[in-house]
Every structure is written in C-alpha cells, then in structure tokens.
Design a binder for this molecule. Structure first.
Ligand SMILES: Nc1ncnc2c1ncn2[C@@H]1O[C@H](COP(=O)(O)OP(=O)(O)OP(=O)(O)O)[C@@H](O)[C@H]1O
Ligand SMILES: [Mg+2]
Length: 597
C-alpha cells in the first residue's frame, strides 16, 4: 500500500511537469463530485428510517447532521423534496465528472503535444556522433508509439487518484454511519490491495517487454520497407517476415497475458466486495445488533467503497502496463539531453582557411582509427579534391569539416578559432553538402530544392529554384513531367532514378548559395554528359566559393586547385593534378591508369 502511494506520488510529480497544477484541479473536482454523491446516498437515510419506523435512532454524527439539516429547512417530512435533493446530488455529480473528464482530455492533449515537441526538438539537438550509435526504429517508436502509451499511463494514474478519492469518501461516510464496524471494511480494503500486489509487478514486467518488442518491430518494418526492392528482387523477404512474425507473436502473447491479468482483477471485483460486505452485515447482525436502516445505507457506501478499492487496484495495474512506456520516454529524453551537441559562441563570417592539425578520428564502435595524424589546410575560395580508395576516410574528412564529428585527438581550427569555440550553426549555414547518403524528402521537386512549401506563390523564389535546377542539369527533365516542379517524388525520392535524385540534391545545395560546397561522390550516378554539364556550373563558382570535391573518378577532380590522395586515414600524396601526374610511380598515376581501362 505504502509502495503504491510512494510510486503514485513519484509519477504524479513527473506528470505535473507537463500538466502544471491542472492535475490537482481535476482531483479537487473529483472530491467535490464524490462528496455530492455520498451526501446523495446518505439522504436516503430519513426515507428508509421513516419506512422502518426507527426515526429516533439517530445516534451517529452523520445522521444527526442530516436530520438537523432537514429540520433546519423544514423538509424532514417532505419525501418529495428529499427525493429531489437526492436526484439533484447525482445530477451535480454527473456534471462535475463531465467537467473533470473534459479538463482531463485537455491535459492529455497537452502532455502529448509537449512530449512529442520535446522529443522531436531533442532529436535535432543531439550530436551526429550519438545519432550514429542509435537506432532509427527505436527513435521512431518512441515518438509514435511510446508517447501515446505514456499518455494512457497518465490517464490510468489519474483514474487511480480518482478512485482512491472516491474510496476514501465512501468509506469515511460509511464509517460515520456504521461506527466501529466500518473499520472492518477499511481493513478489508488493505487486505485487497495487499493480495493483489503481485499483479502490479507482473503487469509492469509485461509492459517493459511489450515496449522492447514494439521497438524491434518498428526497426524491422523500417529496414524492410527501405530495402523493399532488394528483398523483393532477391526473394529474401521471407527472412524478414519470419523475424517479424516472431516479434509479433511475442507482442500478442504479452497482450494476452496482460489482458488475462486485467480480466482477473475485474472478475474478482464483485465477489470480493460482496464477501467483505456480507461479513460486515454478519458482524453487525449477530454481534452488534444495530438497527438495520442506517446499516443498509452504510452497506451501499461500503459496497461502493470496496468496489472503488478494487478499482484503485485495477487502474494501478493498468498504470503499470503503461508506465514502462513512460519510463522509456523519460530515459530517452534524458539520454538525448545528455548527448546534446555542444556549441561555441564565435560566429564565422568570411573565413580564410580551415586547418586540420594532427587529427585522429575513431568511430565509437571501431577499434582502429579512420583518420590518423592528418594535417591539412583548406584555403577559402579554392577548389580542393580528395581521392582515394573506398574506406580511406574521405567522407569522414567531410564530416569533420561540417564539425559533425569531434577529433579524437588533434585540432580543427577555422581562422585560428578552435572548433570548440565556433558557433556551429553559423558555420553550417554556409555549407552546401551533397553527401553520399541521399537526402530527398517526401514532397514536391520544388520543395526538395528550396525546402520551402510556399515557393509557388513567390515568383522570385521559383525563379531561383529553376535557375539552380538548370545549373544541376535537371530543369529539362522536370519540365517534361506533367506536374513539373509540383511533381511528388515519394518517400526518399522513390519515383526518381538514382541520377535524378543526385541532381535534385545538387540543385538544392546550389540553391542555398553556400560559401563552402562539399560534393561527396555527388556525380557518381551520372552519365559523363550530365556530369560535364554540372561540372561547367561548378566551374563557374571557382574562385568565388570554397569547393571540396570527393570523387573516385579522376576526370571529376582534374581541374581542382589542389588534390589530396587519401589512403588508410592519412595523406599519401598531394599536389596539383599536373605535379601528381608527373610522378611516374605515384599511387595517383596508378589510379589514373586503372580508370583508363
Ligand atoms: N558510422 C560509422 N561507424 C563506424 N565506422 C565507420 C562509420 N562510417 C565510416 N566508418 C569507417 O571509417 C572508415 C572511413 O570511412 P569513410 O566513409 O570516411 O570512407 P570513404 O573514403 O568516404 O569511403 P567511400 O569512398 O567508400 O565513400 C572506414 O573504414 C569505415 O568503415
Ligand atoms: Mg565516402
């Protein structure tokens, strides 16, 4: 019992962060509703007494109060008025309950809104490094599924409070009417809560297992749908279906077990209450010999009180089912907050160079360094190229330039300002980054280039979109589509070819008017003609902005101001194209000759 109260107060305090004091207003309204109903039931007493003829037997405090009240208003003999008052009490109660429920719906909406907003904005604040350690399915499951379950947890927790208030009110009224025998009922209530304790633990364990299984299912769904084409084309879907079926079976087993436990509590409610009430009646009739009229009324109250006690148990059990989810949400919010990206204050405007000094970088789940003792300088407004084998560390360098990753050892400075002191947002706003991972959104082509939904109504904006689509050599293709720039591309650009997606991505990054343009294998899916057209547009930017080119194809980087050949996380060779080419046995020459084949 004490455990329940402590736990109840703990969770109430946490939810209070979202509902503020609103939850107490709900409880206050519930108390008034309970008192009104209790008074309504007690008003039956004068009627029952006058029927049984025991009018003088008003020895308990509450019956004295009722009779005094009725006499005061001179209605002690008017059954009509008393019956009207009873009806009124129940109508007022119903109205208050309606008010409480409506208010509670508002509170629930507020919790959902605040939690989802907080989680979404927390996602955006975590570091890229922490993002890499996480599972997208887990994060999606939290915002979509677990938050909704948490709100149900709040609802259940509130119901526990509501039923506890009712239970206390009924039992107090009943005790006031029945005297000492009432203690028996209170004792009965404690026994009930004690006996049903194990159900709470079992339900909570089930709830945590359900949440974990839900996360696994979300993961499986996301990865299977993302790899749909591959799984279908190679007839490997059945592997994922088997995995999913196992998880779904687990989920349904947990669901069944939880429902059986709930059913058990519900079924026990009535017989247990009847046993306790009958015991009270037995003691009252055989040992105390009290008049039956006030006893009858108190029995109604006892019965309701005991049903409420079991209701407290039932709701608490249900709360356990959902609190697993709420804890997952809270723990996630905590770990997201612990992994927010740190930010400096120095705003970078017109930078002169980016400098890497003895940079080591190791991904969290890796033993070896992906970059090792790397030092280089990228001057502004120059075009710098990185070539090298797959896995050499080129994209890792690009990520470090965007300050997405922090060096394990060594330093990155922009104009002598250390990366720790740089306002990362101000730096990133200047970057256009066509990364190897495609970033296409489920919206129109126009939106995908401008990330602005209102581009159609803004002539200047639309013109700029078209200009950049032309530079990315995709405008002509867009014009052939029946809906033009209004064409929806589907999730992850499903309805576009690989090269079309790349060109839309390039158009977006050009649209941003970047001061640094990073092109990481940006034209790898394009034919030579298309690549040449884009190269022409990029060449026009030479000397105006900093261009960082990463490519396997040497022809792509031929005209760069400076070339770094990266191997195993370090610089193997560097220099201008002509210099590198002139060294006969260089790795660079080896790359060129291998591509001529
Ligand atoms: N998220 C990650 N977690 C763990 N290791 C990673 C991660 N990303 C890259 N690596 C490792 O870091 C090394 C460098 O990877 P990087 O992506 O920088 O190579 P790259 O030169 O861009 O290769 P590619 O030409 O194939 O794109 C590789 O050994 C790779 O396995
Ligand atoms: Mg790469």
């Amino acid at each position: 019992m004490i455990e329940i109260i402590i736990s109840f107060l703990k969770y109430l305090k946490i939810f209070q962060k979202f509902t503020k004091r609103g939850i107490y207003l709900s409880f206050f309204l519930t108390t008034i509703a309970g008192l009104t109903e209790g008074l309504g039931i007690i008003l039956l007493l004068p009627i029952v007494q006058s029927i049984s003829g025991n009018v003088e037997n008003n020895e308990t405090l509450i019956s004295k109060f009722i009779f005094l009240f009725l006499e005061n208003f001179n209605i002690n003999n008017s059954y009509g008025v008393i019956l009207f008052l009873i009806t009124l009490a129940f109508i007022i109660k119903a109205f208050l309950i309606f008010l409480t429920y409506s208010y509670n719906s508002y509170l629930k909406g507020k919790i959902i809104k605040d939690l989802k907003k907080k989680i979404f904005s927390s996602f955006s604040k975590i570091s890229y490094q922490y993002y890499l350690q996480n599972n997208i399915g887990d994060l999606t499951n939290i915002i979509n599924e677990q938050v909704n379950l948490s709100v149900r947890g709040f609802n259940s927790l509130y119901t526990v409070g509501l039923r506890a208030i009712n239970c206390i009110i009924y039992l107090i009224f009943a005790c006031l009417l029945a005297g000492k025998t009432g203690l028996l009922a209170i004792f009965g209530s404690f026994i009930i809560l004690f006996l049903f304790r194990w159900l709470n633990t079992a339900t909570k364990i089930m709830s945590i297992n359900t949440s974990k299984a839900n996360s696994r299912l979300a993961n499986l769904t996301i990865e299977s749908l993302q790899a749909f084409k591959y799984l279908k084309a190679t007839d490997q879907f059945s592997i994922k279906v088997d995995e999913a079926e196992k998880t779904i079976k687990e989920l349904s087993d947990y669901q069944t077990k939880t429902s059986i436990l709930e059913g058990f509590t519900n079924a026990c409610r009535e017989p247990i209450a009847v046993v306790v009430v009958m015991s009270i009646l037995f003691v009252q009739l055989y040992f105390i010999n009290k008049p039956i009229d006030s006893l009858l009324i108190s029995l109604i109250l006892f019965y309701r009180g005991l049903i409420s006690t079991l209701g407290v148990q039932g709701s608490w059990q249900k709360t356990q089912e959902y609190l697993g989810s709420f804890e997952i949400v809270l723990n996630n919010l905590k770990s997201l907050a612990n992994n927010y990206e740190s930010n400096g204050k120095q705003i970078i405007n017109n930078f002169k160079y980016i400098e890497f000094s003895n940079v080591f970088y190791k991904y969290t789940n890796k033993d070896s360094y992906s970059l090792e003792n790397l030092s280089l300088k990228i001057p502004a407004k120059k075009s710098i190229a990185f070539v090298g084998s797959s896995g050499a560390g080129k994209s890792t360098i690009a990520n470090l330039i965007c300050l997405l990753l922090k060096p394990y050892k060594g330093d990155i400075n922009i104009d002598k300002i250390n990366l720790q002191n740089i306002d990362k947002n101000s730096w990133r706003r200047q970057i256009g980054y066509v990364s190897q991972e495609m970033a296409i959104f489920d919206n129109t082509i126009g939106y995908n280039i401008s990330l602005n939904k209102n581009y159609k109504n803004d002539k200047k904006l639309f013109f700029k979109i078209k200009e950049n689509a032309k530079k990315a050599n995709i405008h002509d293709f867009i014009e052939t589509l029946p809906d033009g720039y209004e064409t929806k591309v589907g999730e992850s650009g499903l309805r576009l070819s690989g090269g079309q997606k790349q060109r839309i991505f390039i158009a977006r990054e050009l649209f941003r008017d970047p001061k640094i343009l990073i092109l990481d294998e940006a034209t790898s899916s394009l034919d030579t003609l298309s690549e040449k057209a884009i190269k022409k547009s990029i060449d026009l930017l030479n000397g105006k902005i900093t261009i960082i080119l990463i490519a396997h194809r040497i022809s792509t980087i031929k005209d760069s101001d400076f070339i770094y050949v990266i191997e195993k996380g370090n610089i193997l060779e560097k220099g201008k194209y002509s210099t590198l080419k002139s060294k006969k046995d260089s790795f660079f020459n080896h790359l060129i000759s291998s591509q001529k084949l």
